[in-house]
Design a protein around this ligand. Structure first.
Ligand code: ES4
Ligand code: ZN
Length: 323
């Protein structure tokens, strides 16, 4: 019975035109892509690191996940490696009938290990141009600052991003929230806005509602990534709804990272009912399931019907930065 319903929902979601707005490029690469890259770079097999990342997922350990995730990024050395990550994600997105993607990346992880940040941008951007054209899709990049690293580096990144506006539409803020409040980044966000970039930030994933208030009021973001902790503060929920700020939620990620107990307890539906513009995304599809898995599992757990799924897909397109 449940299998039957799942099949029906999967076919329905497959048919919906969707945008994916919350996906980290390194978390989209499955084990075989990491193996190919490691082999090409003459590095030892990445299988242990991939397995370790997967273990952190079953133990609901966000800090552990981000640690093994960062270890995997050490395999990336050339422009072609970044191209391959993007191209492999594009094939998967296309198979899921995702017409538009906005992809998170950062340069700090690479810059700090001696790689040329422009090479990172070019590898991702060239793949974006080529595969958007080949597959009839649209897409752009979102440059994430890492909130646990010095703000000076964010300014350096922003300087660089100005030369790649054909690809980079927005700046974002990622990594572990706990102990890293958003306020430090207010001046660099203001500068980004003045330069014509859209802005988004992760908040309310493992961080408290105060961090969500802060990205609204101090960073003045156009969208909030996750935002689940808002449910603890009714005034905050009302304000997000009033300002029509979309949330890019990632339900399976939140359960696997232990910030929500179960999909059944996920605030997605309650936020939707409070009038918040909510979207469904995969975050790191190699570990948390595809975009379609996220739609279907969320629908089953929270009893969302086809009309609601269709409205969520429509919101994802309306909340995108596509011109
Ligand atoms: C992330 Cl799950 C998660 N949370 C915060 N930042 C991230 N970057 C990649 N995955
Ligand atoms: Zn994320």
């Amino acid at each position: 019975m449940i299998q039957e319903r799942k099949k029906e929902l999967t076919a329905y979601v497959q048919g919906l035109e969707k945008a994916e707005l919350h996906i980290h490029i390194e978390g989209a690469a499955p084990a075989d892509v990491w193996s190919k890259i490691a082999k090409r770079n003459g590095l030892p097999s990445p299988n242990q690191d991939v397995a370790l990342a997967q273990r952190t997922v079953s133990s609901r350990d966000l800090a552990g996940f981000l640690g093994s995730y960062t270890r995997l990024t050490r395999m990336l050395l050339t422009e072609l490696d970044f191209y391959d990550l993007m191209y492999s994600y594009f094939l998967s997105a296309n198979q899921q009938n995702i017409g538009h993607v906005e992809v998170f990346f950062d340069t700090q992880s690479y810059r700090n290990f001696g790689l040329d940040p422009e090479m990172v941008i070019k590898g991702l951007g060239r793949a974006l141009d080529e595969w958007c054209q080949k597959l009839g899709m649209t897409g752009s990049l979102i440059l994430c600052f890492l909130r646990n690293l010095p703000v000076d580096q964010a300014y350096m990144d922003l300087e660089l991003a100005q030369n790649y506006k054909q690809w980079i539409v927005a700046v974002g803020l990622a990594a572990h929230e706990t102990g890293h409040p958003p306020t430090l980044f207010a001046p660099v966000y203001q500068k980004a806005r003045n330069l014509g970039f859209k802005t988004v930030a992760h908040a309310g994933e493992d961080g408290p509602p105060e961090y969500v208030w802060s990205v609204l009021n101090d960073l003045e973001v156009d969208r909030i990534d996750h935002g689940g902790a808002s449910i603890q503060d009714p005034k905050l929920v009302a304000e997000i709804a009033r300002r029509k700020i979309p949330l890019t939620m990632c339900p399976i990620s939140n359960v696997r990272m232990g910030v929500v107990q179960s999909l059944e307890l996920h605030p997605f539906r309650r936020l939707m009912q409070a009038g918040v513009r909510v979207t469904i995304n995969s975050d790191n599809p190699a570990y948390f399931g595809s975009l379609i898995d996220n739609y279907v599992d969320t629908a089953l757990a929270l009893d969302l019907g086809q009309d609601e799924l269709s409205a969520i897909a429509r919101t994802s397109i309306e909340a995108s930065f596509k011109q």
